[in-house]
Design a protein around this ligand. Structure first.
Ligand code: SAM
Length: 284
């Protein structure tokens, strides 16, 4: 049973949404052409979370991943000082093309996000080289996050627990209308992270869908407590709700939720049971 589906209705599943029609330019124009208040607050917290972690724990450059990177570079920029490689993992073909186009020289409007990051020393230290560092670190990988770790459970892929820092922004709740799939998307992200890895994840609160250009995409309506209850299974987390009117980026959501934390060393038993109950073919 899908816990969030209103009685009698069937939620749109990830496989049924029009990802091939996702327009990165329309998405950027609406969300990231300028630095909005909500993103500034999120970015400051994520910057401080990663800086605090690596101030104590930095031995050598690590592997990072941004899951469902879409047309947003600020999660990748937030990981840049510590990463030798950052995988930008994305499903929609036009977003993959956009990310590839940004590798050699990311567009100038991302510099307003960088300005906020460079208030911390680790970012300031690479300020002059930031574009070169980004170009060398970024690997754009086209794929489906539900495949990211699943096959690891039967030993076919080495990705589980591979990434030592990770981000997933506005993805798990914004790729499906199904609460079950939302949970699985969170699990896929968390299982991709190495024990102890610092991570940040952001969620739209109270959203039932969103438009990019003329195209509608599904969302799962989640609350702060639902997000917390799932994320705490996988790590030690801090959670913030951004619910002021200045945090709203469009009609049809009630706020944003940010979670920063560290991946547990152990494998959450509830996750294992969810995975074992998953159909082998996704969504069937
Ligand atoms: C609302 S956008 C968020 C994009 C970006 N992370 C941001 O912060 O703005 C949701 C993203 O999830 C991607 N996505 C949807 N289903 C996916 C899947 N199964 N695997 C990987 N990415 C997926 C979409 O293509 C889109 O880029």
């Amino acid at each position: 049973m899908d816990l969030r589906a209103p009685e009698g209705s069937t939620p749109t599943l990830n496989a049924d949404a029009p990802w091939a029609a996702f327009d990165p330019r329309a998405y950027i124009d609406h969300n990231y052409r300028d630095l909005l208040n909500a993103d500034a607050e999120i970015l400051e917290r994520v910057r401080d979370h990663f800086s605090n972690h690596f101030r104590e724990n930095f031995e050598r450059p690590v592997l990072g991943i941004d899951v469902g990177a879409g047309a947003n570079l600020y999660p990748a920029l937030s990981m840049l000082p510590w990463c030798r490689e950052i995988t930008l993992f994305e499903r929609a073909p036009a977003n993959v093309a956009y990310l590839r186009s940004q590798r050699d020289r990311f567009d100038d409007h991302w510099d307003s996000f960088w300005e906020l990051l460079r208030q911390e020393k680790a970012y300031e230290e690479i300020h002059t080289d930031r574009r070169d560092r980004f170009r060398k670190a970024v690997r754009v990988r086209s794929g489906d996050l539900f495949d990211l770790t699943r096959r690891n459970l039967i030993g076919l892929r080495p990705d589980m627990g591979r990434w030592q820092i990770g981000t997933m922004f506005f993805v798990a709740e914004s790729l499906t209308g199904s609460y079950t799939e939302f949970r699985r998307a969170v699990e896929c992200f968390m299982l991709a992270l190495a024990p102890g890895a610092p991570f940040a994840a952001a969620f739209m609160e109270g959203s039932s869908g969103y438009d990019v250009g003329n195209q509608h995409f599904p969302a799962c309506n989640v609350s702060e407590s639902q997000v917390y209850d799932i994320l705490k299974l996988y790590g030690k987390v801090d959670i913030w709700r951004l619910g002021e009117s200045s945090h709203m980026v469009r009609p049809g959501h009630t706020g944003m939720i940010l979670v920063c934390g560290h991946r547990n060393a152990d494998f959450a038993p509830s996750a294992l049971s969810t995975w074992l109950n998953m159909p082998f073919r996704r969504h069937c």
